[in-house]
Design a protein around this ligand. Structure first.
Ligand code: ZN
Length: 271
């Protein structure tokens, strides 16, 4: 599809040094220098083949707030909008979300040439942001869900996404299929190593029952939403990479105890 530009970044190939040497941090985080992030964004746009396009494509990002707010973009906004989704059918604008465990989801309508990018962590997923993204494409651009293609980018998978009982309760209140999105596993040494803050109380070996831990399958949750919205299952692709497992390649908020960079998912139409 020569009219489409899209991509998901990894942590490799940039100029940031705060999260390891030569990392491609694309988010203006507290730790990193804005100059490095700006340079990284230029490098990423170069890799997408947009580095030397004239005029340069404006890059629209959001102040992400784990909401279900989706903005229709006809021209680059004058200030940073708060929300977690962007849609457009205009060419020459790049829409982006930033993630480091949450799922980035891109939707594309080949017939109407319209697209969306969404940021779906557990809160956004609970608020059905991906389902609403399909609805917004239909409402504004007349997109038919069976025509949509969806790709779920790299994020935290069920192997690593430890959540509390209250998260499962909330999902059970919102989705009839909620039980299929969670699994329970016994606490393991691997878990204790990954999430030391969750295990502050010392347990002498063999002295206490292993407690059960709850894991959320965010990818499946968003597949179910796409399906509920009418997107055919064979139009949905999901990256196999888990951010929590692959901190060598990806940024993970959980996997790096909150001190990490941001990856970017971008999508745009050629003018
Ligand atoms: Zn994992």
């Amino acid at each position: 599809m020569s009219w489409l530009v899209h991509g998901f970044s990894t942590r490799r190939g940039g100029v940031s040094s705060v999260y390891g040497s030569k990392t491609l941090n694309l988010g203006f985080t507290q730790d990193d220098s804005p100059a490095a992030v700006k340079k990284n964004r230029e490098l990423f746009l170069d890799l997408l083949g947009l580095g030397h396009e004239a005029p340069a494509w404006p890059l629209v990002t959001l102040r992400q707030i784990h909401s279900d707010l989706i903005h229709r973009i006809d021209q680059p906004p004058k200030s940073l909008l708060a929300g977690d989704g962007l849609i457009t059918n205009r060419g020459g604008i790049l829409l982006a979300v930033l993630t480091a465990d949450c799922l980035p989801v891109i939707l594309v309508d080949r017939k109407k040439r319209a697209l969306a990018v969404l940021h779906a962590g557990w809160r956004g997923t609970l608020q059905r942001i991906v389902e609403k993204g399909v609805g917004e494409l239909r409402r504004w651009f007349g997109c038919a869900p069976p025509d949509l293609l969806a790709v779920i980018g790299p994020g935290i998978h069920a192997c690593c996404y430890l959540v509390g009982e209250e998260v499962r309760d909330k999902f059970q209140g919102a989705f009839t299929y909620a039980d299929e999105l969670f699994c329970e596993r016994a606490e393991s040494d691997e878990l204790r190593r990954k999430y030391p803050l969750l295990f502050l109380t010392a347990r002498a070996p063999g002295q206490a029952e292993l407690s059960r831990k709850i894991f959320l399958d965010l990818v499946e949750a968003n597949r179910r939403q796409l399906s509920a919205a009418g997107v055919p299952a064979n139009h949905v692709a999901a990256y196999q990479l888990c951010t929590g497992c692959r901190t060598d390649l990806l940024f993970s908020h959980r996997g790096e105890q909150g001190r990490t960079g941001r990856m970017m998912a971008v999508v745009g139409l050629r003018p």
